[in-house]
Design a protein around this ligand. Structure first.
Ligand SMILES: Nc1ncnc2c1ncn2[C@@H]1O[C@H](COP(=O)(O)OP(=O)(O)OP(=O)(O)O)[C@@H](O)[C@H]1O
Length: 729
């Protein structure tokens, strides 16, 4: 395949040639163009291709969502254009304008990228590469999952080995770092470190990762031995600077990734202190990457980045701030119904891949993980050794090297290693790596997993309630639909107290409204699967079961088809099909609408209407009382067996109408209480824990509170235990 660029490991580029080329070939960048060096022979072809790229550009607006989206490589290769070669008449596949070969990326890096299946840069990478390589400070913004990490990793590495930073970079034992990367969490630091390890390793640069909660000793040893790149969390990096373990005097790059989160997590002082430690800011290039740019991040950028900084913003004023590769869905669901609803949502939308469930609080993550078979919790309180174990594994190569070159200190390093390994033993139980490797497919997490985590094959995100801020929604839903793949984000909400309209407005997402998957739909799907497996059963079983089958057919009064249907139901774990309410998604509950012939302003008024026509115990059993948006009615859930009583009661009062709701009407939104779980604080308005299925007015204003706690969720047959006997649960 002809290439437009002939870059090599050590090639320096003639600036005049660069300028000329930039005029010819316009890539999708406004403030910078990827540099291309070409042979004369190829120039004609280049010109033709340049025209094509221009055409492509015209089709895209600077901030269009298409521009911002990475294109799945598979899709891209299908789209590749075919250009007639002028000189030899050969058909030549036109290259992707963002092909790796078109950038000043040296051979070993290209090879490393290729090994990971990366042959073209994503837009944020293509748009920022040259600016970073040319020494600019830069603020980069792209939606979640669009490759922001490599957008700084690649040009930094290239600059250190072939570019401007090469000349003054120190090598050898005890060298101070050239690059400092700050991330808000240990998991993210480890993830970015992984990229530096792979790609930096390919060009002979080594890195280390330092974060709080892990032993100091191995980190100190690695730093003292000398590293090119230090990746870590602000608190620990600050400690190392103060202890004299990190010398910033020869720093060439400092990177703030997910900086909004760093400030949110209270790292403001640490980050500013670290940034302020660099004495001569003219010698340092500062890069800031994020999917969201709240005001205080802009503030940091104006204080610590040079005035000449570039801003590459692929989201800009686009209305849609969240990932466009994700199907954004909302589903009304009470806390108590979640253990039943979530497995069904996973069956319907999980596509057999990984699911991350977000809760607001650590306790809720623990509780829900305990209720969902096969799920594990991840949050800030989980012991570091169980969250990630990579550090000690990552130490291995450096120790081997040390042994070879530094015989006299090898024993010290070996001790360091053993210490580290000992303190982090138990990799089999490590939550995040277990999830990454597929040991379990459902992770229940707090916001600790919301930002930046890049885990393969996360098909589904479930948020147990709308988060307080839109940034959290964008980041959480962005754990799926990454690198050009698609995904689904389902947000559960209390219809009366959600802030989904605010999130919708601020994120630009147009939510798809659904109700919980109906038991009959899930059963139907299970039946299809079971029917297939039945055909695979050996004929050898027939004689053994034939007489029982004939007997059943002649005595049951059911047809052969009906009996077979029952057999399939039993085989898939169903003994009955439960109805599920539209309002709270509770099993065996039905949503009713009450109208009284005049406006209903408060839930108490609706209760008083019902008290006139129904016995007190029935009124007390109502759950989820909510007012309709038009102010004319109230909807609520009742137990399936009580439906007839409620419908009959309307005969007792003129003007009162009670009916079964077929589609949930729009409801009035109320102020949200703080935190959704844990229930019944002083005001008696708590919502009950996940397992509280006892009914009552969990949603209702002014009714008796339902404390938290987790009653037996399996109090009915065919709960998710019976229905989810597939491999996921
Ligand atoms: N050019 C590329 N081609 C194919 N895959 C890529 C490319 N660049 C990055 N990726 C992959 O895309 C995924 C997402 O990248 P990354 O984690 O850097 O996204 P991000 O923009 O930082 O997301 P977030 O905002 O959620 O942190 C990763 O798995 C990465 O390996």
């Amino acid at each position: 395949m002809p290439s437009l660029s002939l870059t090599s490991n050590n090639s320096s580029v003639d600036p005049k040639k660069e300028k000329k080329m930039k005029k010819k070939i316009v890539l999708e960048t406004q403030e910078s163009d990827p540099l291309m060096v070409s042979s004369k022979k190829d120039k004609k072809k280049e010109k033709r291709k340049a025209v094509e790229f221009d055409d492509d550009d015209e089709e895209r607006s600077e901030t269009s969502s298409e521009l911002g989206e990475p294109v799945n490589l598979k899709k891209k290769s299908k789209k590749a254009k075919v250009v007639e070669g002028e000189e030899d008449g050969e058909e030549v596949k036109a290259e992707d304008p963002n092909a790796v070969t078109r950038f000043r990326i040296s051979e070993p890096l290209r090879e490393a990228l290729k090994k990971r299946g990366i042959e073209a840069l994503f837009p944020i990478q293509a748009r920022t590469f040259e600016d970073i390589l040319n020494g600019c400070d830069l603020v980069g913004r792209a939606r979640t999952g669009q490759g922001k990490t490599l957008a700084f990793v690649l040009p930094i590495l290239e600059s250190l080995v072939n570019g401007p930073a090469k000349a003054s970079r120190k090598t050898g034992y005890g060298r101070p770092p050239s690059v400092l990367v700050l991330l808000p969490t240990r998991e993210l630091a480890t993830q970015v470190f992984d990229d530096f390890k792979v790609y930096g390793g390919a060009v002979g640069l080594n890195s280390c990762c330092v974060y709080g909660g892990a032993s100091y000793q191995p980190q100190e040893l690695a730093l003292k031995r000398g590293v090119d790149i230090v990746v870590g969390t602000p608190g620990r990096i600050k400690d190392h600077i103060e202890k004299g373990n990190i010398d910033l005097s020869l720093l060439k790059f400092r990177v703030l990734d997910e900086s909004d989160e760093m400030l949110r997590m209270g790292f403001v002082e640490d980050v500013e202190l670290i940034l302020g430690k660099v004495e001569d800011v003219r010698k340092v290039q500062t890069l800031l990457f994020s999917a969201t740019l709240p005001d205080w991040v802009k503030n940091i950028s104006s204080r610590f980045l040079k005035p000449t900084k570039k801003t590459i913003d692929l989201v800009g004023n686009e209305k849609m701030k969240a990932s466009t590769n994700v199907r954004h869905i909302v589903l009304p669901c009470s806390t108590a119904a979640m253990p039943q609803v979530i497995p069904d949502v996973i069956s319907c939308y999980g596509s057999g891949g990984r699911t991350i469930i977000f809760t607001e609080k650590r306790e809720s993550a623990n509780e829900l993980a305990g209720l969902l078979p096969g799920a594990r919790a991840l949050h800030g309180e989980i012991q570091q050794s169980k969250r990630e174990v990579n550090f000690c594994i990552l130490m291995i190569p450096s120790i081997v090297l040390t042994f070879v070159y530094e015989q006299n200190v090898s024993i010290v390093f070996v001790f360091g290693f053993l210490n580290c390994f000992g303190s982090s033993l138990g990799p089999c139980f490590v939550t995040l790596s277990g999830f990454r490797s597929g040991k379990f497919l459902t992770l229940v997490a707090t916001n600790v997993a919301a930002r930046g985590l890049d885990i393969n094959d996360v098909q589904l995100i479930i948020q147990c309630e709308p988060p307080n801020d839109v940034e959290a929604y964008i980041h959480r839903s962005g754990r799926t639909g990454r690198a050009g793949n698609s995904g689904v984000a389902v947000m559960l909400y209390d219809p009366r107290r959600s802030n989904i309209s605010k999130i919708q407005r601020e994120s630009g997402v147009k939510f798809e409204h659904i109700t919980a998957p109906r038991a009959e739909d899930i059963a139907k799907a299970a039946g299809v699967g079971a029917a297939e497996t039945i055909t695979q059963v050996s004929d050898s079983v027939i004689p053994a079961f034939k007489s029982a089958a004939e007997n059943l057919l002649s005595t049951s009064g059911l047809s052969a088809v009906e009996l077979l249907a029952k057999a399939l139901a039993k085989a898939t774990g169903y003994t009955e099909i439960k109805s599920r309410s539209l309002l709270t998604s509770m099993d065996n509950h039905v949503t009713l609408l009450l109208e009284s012939g005049k406006p209903i302003y408060t839930p108490s008024f609706a209760f008083s209407v019902m008290r006139r026509i129904l016995p007190e115990d029935k009124v007390e059993s109502v759950t989820g009382m909510s007012l309709t948006a038009d102010g004319n009615g109230a909807v609520f859930d009742v137990k399936k067996e009580d439906v007839d009583t409620f419908l009959a009661a309307q005969e007792n009062a003129a003007g009162v109408n009670i009916e079964v709701v077929k589609a949930l009407p729009s409801l009035q939104e109320r102020d949200r209480p703080r935190g959704r779980f844990g229930g019944g604080g002083g005001g008696g308005r708590g919502r009950g824990g996940f397992g509280d299925r006892s009914g009552g007015n969990r949603f209702s204003g002014g009714r008796g509170g339902r404390g938290g706690g987790f009653s037996d969720r399996r109090n009915g047959s065919g709960g998710f235990k019976g229905r989810n006997n597939g491999n996921k649960w």
